[in-house]
Design a protein around this ligand. Structure first.
Ligand SMILES: C[S@@+](CC[C@H](N)C(=O)[O-])C[C@H]1O[C@@H](n2cnc3c(N)ncnc32)[C@H](O)[C@@H]1O
Length: 243
């Protein structure tokens, strides 16, 4: 992994185009997105923690929301009215997410189309920010740091950010082992062609960072309390609470 240089990775337009035509794959709440190891488990644990770590949730932001699985799962773990802000590059994803979340009748649902890094969201207002399988599209270290700083500012004190994502490992032998295990998992789902297909788009599109690096960055931008919720092979669920 990571043989493609950062400067040669997919552009935002290329990423958007790929997801525009992949909405159904991200619309299955009962399994989550199966190319992720432990997809459903990670989604359930993360949303349970998000719901219990911040009492009185009334406003949430789901960045890279896809078809809305994480917002839906969080709704299952909470009660009462919730205003849901959905952010994604892909309009077809947003349309599906809004349709599914609105159908629950829990409160207003607003779409934010475009790159979350440059969109204006209300600062200091969110009780929970969900970021599932999206931050691995961030590129160099300053891009990551600016994005984490922005997400910190968007939370109200006591609000939590909860991330589920593909992660890299800084020790090459560990990375190779975890990558091989992920390849075996993909083969068990769809044979060698599926493994090759997923590995090819990850190589072209994604630039994940190590879990511990991201936890350090969360602390650096201000999160005093950070926590790992789950890790299996090269997927992790983690996050932090704004003091
Ligand atoms: C792998 S999907 C995950 C969808 C959903 N979070 C889930 O777990 O089911 C990643 C989503 O992030 C969106 N995305 C990627 N980069 C983004 C960015 N910079 N700003 C907003 N959305 C982005 C893509 O369009 C895509 O719908």
């Amino acid at each position: 992994m990571n043989r493609v240089k950062i400067s040669e990775k997919s552009s935002l337009a290329e990423i958007r185009e790929r997801f525009d035509s992949d909405v159904d794959r991200f619309s299955r709440l009962e399994t989550g997105q199966t190319a992720t190891i432990d997809a459903k488990l990670a989604m359930e644990v993360t949303c349970k923690v998000a719901a219990s770590a911040t009492p009185e949730i009334s406003q949430i932001l789901d960045i890279g929301c896809g078809a809305g699985n994480y917002s839906l799962q969080l709704m299952e773990e909470t009660e009462g009215p919730i205003s849901c802000h959905l952010s994604d590059l892909s309009q077809p994803m947003l349309d599906r997410a809004r349709e599914r979340v609105s159908a629950l009748g829990r409160g207003p649902v607003q779409m934010f189309a475009g790159d979350f890094r440059t969109l204006d969201f209300p600062e200091g207002s969110y009780d929970v920010i969900l970021a599932a399988a999206v931050l691995h599209h961030l590129r160099d270290s300053s891009d990551w740091e600016n994005a984490f700083q922005k997400l910190y500012r968007l939370l109200r004190p006591g609000g939590g950010i909860w991330i589920v994502d593909l992660v890299h490992h800084s020790i090459p032998t560990v990375q190779n082992l975890m990558w091989e295990r992920y390849g075996e998992y993909l083969e068990s789902l769809g044979g060698p062609e599926y493994r090759q297909k997923v590995f090819a788009y990850i190589e072209k599109e994604d630039s994940p960072r190590p879990l511990l690096w991201q936890l350090d960055l969360l602390k650096k931008v201000g999160f005093q309390n950070v926590e790992v919720l789950h890790k299996n092979s090269c997927f992790a669920a983690f996050g932090g609470i704004r003091s």
